[in-house]
Design a protein around this ligand. Structure first.
Ligand SMILES: NC(=O)c1ccc[n+]([C@@H]2O[C@H](COP(=O)([O-])OP(=O)(O)OC[C@H]3O[C@@H](n4cnc5c(N)ncnc54)[C@H](O)[C@@H]3O)[C@@H](O)[C@H]2O)c1
Length: 257
């Protein structure tokens, strides 16, 4: 079924959070293409079911668990279920994320808390649950979604703080988990065409296609990125091809500075 000759995840089990759309769905598809059994976790169960159906249609193995990754009991339940069902966990992709953009002087405490909880606390919760299994097995790879916005972006003080936090969390997880054969890395995408960036465009009153053209014009490669182009780097970091890579955050932004 594979669109790639690579089969780097044969016999492996991967959990992808926020797998109902965009980068998460593309990553789930890529890992399944390469032989993984993929567990798609999303708050929006119907979206995850659609993404799983596309994997099944391509001949891959996928199951769905509906959960909110910002809630510890639900996260622990997901990982327990995965281990009971599949007996192992090789890859965790911390992808679920949201934006609640506002200029600092208007940003509410609720908008701050929501974004920190879903984007940053969830990475702590999911990684803490996954490492119990991975450390015991003396192997595993965690890949988390940071963002170019970690460097600062107007209207995104909550989001940029969360995404910068993921860099530090990733570096620290690499130090603590490395001795047990578990690697932790992150990717920091620039502008990737998904529902998230389309929503950002509408919020600032710009048509999504026009918004993409504006982003493309300030990008050396002259275009915005595709979810599949993030998925391929995540797959590399999750695979044994990156066996000596840990604690890193890889920029995926078409050369934007
Ligand atoms: N699109 C970009 O340009 C871009 C750039 C840099 C980083 N990112 C990051 O990549 C990740 C994916 O972004 P995307 O553009 O594909 O977003 P998206 O909005 O298209 O998809 C996000 C998915 O996460 C799910 N989700 C949201 N909150 C959840 C929760 N609490 N529990 C479980 N699932 C939840 C949503 O239902 C959705 O299916 C995010 O972490 C985002 O911050 C995106």
């Amino acid at each position: 079924m594979s669109t790639t000759p690579l089969q780097r995840f044969s016999e492996q089990v991967a959990v992808v959070t926020g797998a109902g759309g965009g980068i998460g769905a593309a990553t789930a598809h890529r890992l399944a293409d390469e032989g993984a059994t993929v567990v798609l976790v999303d708050r929006e169960e119907h979206l995850a079911e659609q993404a799983a159906a596309a994997i099944h249609a391509a001949g891959g193995r996928a199951t769905v668990i509906a959960a909110d990754v910002a809630v510890a009991s639900q996260v622990d339940g997901v990982i327990d279920h995965v281990v009971q069902t599949h007996g192992r966990l090789d890859v965790l992709v911390n992808n679920a994320g949201i934006t609640r953009d506002n200029l600092l002087f208007k940003l509410t405490e609720h908008e701050w808390d929501q974004v920190i909880d879903v984007n940053l606390k969830s990475v702590f919760l999911c990684s803490r649950a996954a490492q119990r299994v991975m450390v015991a097995a003396r192997r595993g790879a965690i890949v988390s979604l940071s963002s170019r916005s970690a460097l600062g972006n107007r209207g995104q003080s909550n989001y940029s703080a969360a995404k910068a936090g993921i860099r530090g969390l990733t570096a620290t997880m690499a130090i603590e988990l490395g001795p047990f054969g578990v690697r932790a890395n992150a990717v920091a995408p620039g502008y990737i065409a998904t529902a998230m960036t389309a929503a950002t465009a509408r919020r600032v009153g710009v048509d999504p296609a026009e918004h993409q053209q504006q982003a493309a014009a300030r990008t050396p490669l002259g275009r915005v990125g595709l979810p599949e182009e993030v998925a391929s780097v995540i797959a590399f970091l999750a695979s044994d091809d990156a066996a000596y890579v840990t604690g890193q955050t890889i920029e995926i932004n078409g050369g934007a500075r």
